[in-house]
Design a protein around this ligand. Sequence first.
Ligand SMILES: *[C@@H]1O[C@H](CO)[C@@H](O)[C@H](O)[C@H]1NC(C)=O
Ligand SMILES: *[C@@H]1O[C@H](CO)[C@@H](O)[C@H](O)[C@H]1NC(C)=O
Length: 316
Amino acid sequence: MKVTITAVAAFAAAAAAAAVPTTNNLKMIRQAMPAITDADILNYALTLEHLEDKFYREGLANFTEAQFATAGFDATFYANLKEVSSDETTHVSFLTAALTKAGYKAVAECTYDFGALTPETFVATASILEGVGVSAYLGAAADIMSAAYLTAAGSILTVESRHSSYIRASLGESPFPTPFDTPLSLNEVYTLAAPFIVSCPSTNPTLPVKAFPTLTSAPTNGKITVGSTITLLTPGSVVTAADGKSPIYAAFITVTGPVFAPATATTGGFTVTVPKAPTGSAPISGQTYVVLTGCNTTVTDDTVAAGPAAFEVGPL
Ligand SMILES: *[C@@H]1O[C@H](CO)[C@@H](O)[C@H](O)[C@H]1NC(C)=O
Ligand SMILES: *[C@@H]1O[C@H](CO)[C@@H](O)[C@H](O)[C@H]1NC(C)=O
């Protein structure tokens, strides 16, 4: 697939307008987006919960307590892993019941491919999924209309974040690497979930989400920190500026706004140096999300060319 970044000038104009968040501008932005109902958001959350639920149940079926122990995860970890799995199953039944009670059709479990994992890569993947779960609920919060649903989603978000901290600590990472978590848009989250989803029942309600082209961070020797140069790969697509010469940027997403870094084309993708966030902004640390874009002032679903890629940025 060829992804051309078009109308960079138009993005810049939209960005300039968006930079002044008057009520009128916000209304325009809202109206430009397809209406997302609370039922859509609950089903979107349920889509992720099904994925997590199946992931833990498969992992616990694939690996014994002894195999986790051999990999360095002790009996306490194993007991907690079973608890995490059970929490995800409960989230699935809770959201399914909430949708059904409100008169909506709830999405059913899909077929997934988590690849061939070892106990180590299973726990590493669990950590990424929990982090994405936190970013998904956080990002969707602003779109939830009903106060009751917002509280329910918040009560799940805090538990996902506790799972995330525990698993991170078990991997020797900081349980709370930054003072701020990162909200992601529905499409950004779906982009990260989509590679695991093989197919879904045709009877599932269609959700207003799409996946952007895949972006991955190439394996590195050693930890990634601010200042590291990383390679972002675009498997299955070629990202170019429509005019062949306009710059392409990597936008590192944070709650205080994206931090941009120039992306230099290389075989299969781009090299990017992880930037330092400006003083007073959320730092780029912990589970980090980056997208490719032709615009260096804002990130919206209209300006994302590929990604996000999710990877860990460690302390300096
Ligand atoms: C469990 O094992 C199967 C068969 O090897 C594999 O396809 C699947 O991805 C594994 N799932 C997890 C979560 O480890
Ligand atoms: C954004 O792009 C403009 C030109 O397209 C350039 O002048 C400016 O320095 C860039 N800013 C950043 C933060 O990269």
